[in-house]
Design a protein around this ligand. Structure first.
Ligand code: PLP
Length: 393
């Protein structure tokens, strides 16, 4: 498997990822191809990013057109493409104002700062956060501080003080952690990296009520579960529980590097003001062209309806796999974010699947994760199931 591209990369790149021994070269729809011409059905989508699939011509044309016009201005000036992306994303998110940045991690930093600034403006000076065990919010010092998985955190301590961790889906454990200094609760409505765990509706409803009673802000991290993946544009819309602040990234630019956070009008009017926050590249015309076009395609093709339909088919197919194979303990997830909890090491299944021409990834300690492009067809679900069964045998 050793080839010159792999050797060159290993020599030059800091070893922070254990890469799969394949060299990917190009993609088309739900498929990617390596340098030997081998085809892979892509149920990883660059970790829930490439929702429109690879080589989406309409998206590529929009990006190319913008490259020739203007691709960086900084946030000191207005730009038509950026304005359009902001209003489109705010509308899709059901929120009032957005701030564009460059990644999910950076979106989380913005969420935390906004919550602190809200407390500062209100004169409460509250500064503590309640986060969830088993959560994932990113790798910067702030995002890591609210990430509830110790192996990620411990080597980098001390982190931001004032963060406590509650049990996900246990309202009482959140209640017990509330202090007079609690400024916000942050969670993923569906934990992705932690192993595909969806929130119970009562948990989110209870959290909303609890936060309102104590004037605590509710922050949702929809970086992985948002942008159509579960069958609604954002997951809060399915639960009917609206956050005050929401982080987005991964799929919003269909693969161009863009993150964002959104807030309600109430939070906007009492938090960040000029000088409080910024980012040089954030929401540049190039990535905003991708955001706008992505939103346009979602609407035109009614992608959320497609996710509901094909996602139900995928769910049924994976439920059958869970019934058939003893090594599959449980299927979890919704729409096109699915996990199979295994009694065997996911790594072995991932390697075997790759040989069969299927890309899947892991989550948590023992979960096989599937986050395909949202455009996959029933036929591609069938194809995946055949390959997956071989990999599990
Ligand atoms: C991926 C992810 C992040 C971090 O996003 P980056 O773009 O990698 O910085 C944060 N939260 C969740 C839920 C994620 O899935």
């Amino acid at each position: 498997m050793e080839n010159k591209y792999i050797q060159e990369t290993e020599q030059a790149v800091l070893h922070t990822y254990n890469k799969a021994p394949i060299v990917l070269e190009w993609g088309d729809g739900a498929y990617v191809y390596d340098t030997d011409g081998k085809q892979y059905l892509d149920f990883a989508a660059g970790i829930a990013v490439s929702s429109l699939g690879h080589g989406c011509q309409e998206l590529n044309e929009a990006v190319k057109e913008q490259i020739d016009k203007l691709y960086h201005t900084s946030n000191l000036y207005y730009n038509e493409t950026c304005g359009k992306a902001a209003s489109g994303l705010a509308k899709a998110a059901g929120m009032d104002k957005v701030f564009f940045c460059n990644s999910g991690t950076e979106a989380i930093e913005g969420c935390l700062k906004t919550a602190r600034k809200y407390a500062y403006t209100k004169g409460t000076g509250r500064w503590q956060f309640i986060a969830m065990k088993n959560s994932f919010h990113g790798r910067s010092m702030g995002a890591l501080s609210v990430t509830g998985r110790e192996p990620y955190r411990i080597p980098f301590e001390p982190l931001v003080p004032g963060v406590s961790f509650a049990e996900f889906n246990n309202l009482e454990s959140v209640r017990q952690l509330i202090t007079a200094e609690t400024c916000a609760v942050i969670l993923e409505p569906l934990q992705g990296e932690g192993g595909i765990h969806a929130a119970a509706p009562e948990f989110l409803q209870g959290l909303r009520k609890l936060c309102d009673e104590h004037d605590i802000l509710l922050i949702f991290d929809e970086i992985q579960c948002g942008m159509g993946r579960t069958g609604s544009m954002f997951l809060w819309q399915q639960y009917g529980v609206k956050p005050d602040i929401m982080a987005m990234a991964k799929a919003i630019g269909s693969g161009l590097p863009v993150g964002a956070f959104a807030v309600t009008g109430r939070v906007a009017s009492e938090s960040l003001t000029p000088g409080d926050h910024g980012t040089t590249y954030g929401g540049n015309p190039l990535v905003c062209a991708a955001v706008s076009k992505t939103l346009e395609i979602f609407e035109k093709e009614d992608l959320t309806a497609h996710v509901k339909e094909v996602g139900a088919y995928l769910t049924a197919g994976l439920d059958a796999v869970a019934d058939e194979f003893d090594c599959v303990l449980e299927r979890r997830g919704m729409g096109m974010i699915q996990g199979l909890a295994l009694s065997i090491a996911p790594g072995e299944v991932i390697t075997k699947a790759m040989k069969e021409g299927l890309l899947v990834i892991s989550a948590g300690n023992n979960v096989l994760r599937m986050v395909p492009p949202l455009i996959i067809t029933r036929e591609q679900v069938d194809e995946m199931l055949v390959k997956l069964k071989k990999a599990l045998s």
